[in-house]
Structure formats: structure tokens, C-alpha cells
Design a protein around this ligand. Sequence first.
Ligand SMILES: [Zn+2]
Length: 297
Amino acid sequence: MPVTAPRVIFLGGLGRSGTTLLERLLGALPAVAPLGEVVHLWARGVLADEPCGCGEAFGGCPFWREVGERAFGGWPAPLARRMLGLRHRVDRTRRIPFVGHPSLEEYVAGYRRVYTAAAEIAGARVVVDSSKHASLAFCLLSGGVDVHVVHVVRDPRAVAHAWRKTVERPEDGRPMTRWGPLRTCLHWTAQNLALDAYTGPVTRVRYEDLLADPRATLSRLAASLGLEASLGFLSGSTAWLGPAHTVSGNRLRFAVGPVELSRDDAWHDALPRAQQTLVAGLTWPLMVRYGYRGAAA
Ligand SMILES: [Zn+2]
């Protein structure tokens, strides 16, 4: 039986571009339920029992327990393994031009059930999925989900710096994946080109604009998404955040209370000049397209 899915706001872009921050801010708007990176729900939530954004283990979080009950009668491990197998076959960046895979319907149905149950339990009209990967957005769109992509871009030199740094996973303290600038450029270009080719509704947001004027940027974004722009949680450059039941994402997903919204421009000094030049040289057509020019961007 097909179920009616809520509207999905899908945050797309390369990691370390500010998607977790934007999800927390959108999640503070009325009737919006932020779910985190749902693409990682199956491995990191169901199978590894990593913490929800509320601090409870996934299996101990009342919200996700109820979502699982309503969507699937629980969270059986074989379901998670099945979804991971389907993801491997269906949901790959290189498969985007061939998204009509025979297993697409089953794969998308898993997400639709999660979104629908989560919206009902949260009392929300809209859910936010910050999975980031363009390929999942294409799968959802092709599978008939009402999905509006918010394409988050950030200066590739800042992104390259962020991927060079040693960062611990908040879930288990292990170091997160690190990439050199060349690899970051390839992924930054691939994800952004794919999101530029997205054929459903899409709104682009630059990380730098969000941090320069959170109120104006969120107002504009809310208008384009058809959301009520109640921004009482913003006071100057401070956002007051409540707990959110999000699976996966950076450590900001656990933040509760006042969060300072300040733009991280450490790359100006910390990314060696030669690497800044390399990154700008490799990504300049898209940098120009997104309005990044010169070292002061
Ligand atoms: Zn939770």
C-alpha cells in the first residue's frame, strides 16, 4: 500500500559545507522536523546504535523507537542490511544518469516510510533530510517523493581546509576521514555539478551568506520553501536551539541552548597558499558560477 509522504527538504552539498548547521536552523522553524543524515540511519543508527542528536542511543531514543514501530514494526537488522544493499546498487553518484533501477521503488519506499512516520510523530508538515549526496535526491525525486533540494555551497578552499583537518567523530572519538585538496576538489565538483543538474525544485544557499546574515538568509530560504519564517530563536548572531532527534551529522547536532553563528574563515591563514591556488585553479568555473572570486571571497 503506498503511503502519503510529507514534503521533504533535502540538504545537498559536499560534507563540511555547513549542512548540519543549516539543518539545525531550519529545524527550529514551526512544523519542521529535522531528521539528520537519513542515508546513514541504517548503518549508524539501526546496526551500530550510535547516539541520536538528543543524546540517547538510537535504540533508546523514544522518537526513533516510535518511528520504527510505525514505519516497519520495529527496526529489524535484516531491513537495515537490505536497505544498505539496495543503496549500494541504486544510490551511487555514478548511477545518477541511470536512476531508473528496478530496485528503486523498494529503496525509495523505505525512505518514504521513515519520512511519513517521523512527520506524524513529530506533528510536522515537513521533514529535513541532510543526507547531502545528490544521488539520493535523484532517487527520491524519481521515486515520486515531494522533495525540495536546498543546495548548500561553500568556498572550495574553506572546504579543502576542513577536509585536511583532524576531526574526531563525536559518536566514538575516532578520527574522521581526511582528504587532500585534490580529492576534495574532485568530490566538491562532482557533488555540485550533480546538484546543479537536479531537475526538481531547488534553492541554492551559500554558507558564507548564511553566516553573514542568518536572519535575511533564513527568511529568504523559508519563503522559497513555503515555510513560516518564525525566527524568534535568532537573536543577533546567536541561535537558541532545542534538542533534535537527528541521526548522523557533525557534533553541532548535539548542541542545545545558545549557539554562536560565526563564519569559520581559518582557511585564509591555515591552508598553504600553494594549495589555495591549486584548489581555485581546479574549481574556478563553479567558483565563478557561485560568486566566489579571489582570496577575499
Ligand atoms: Zn532522539
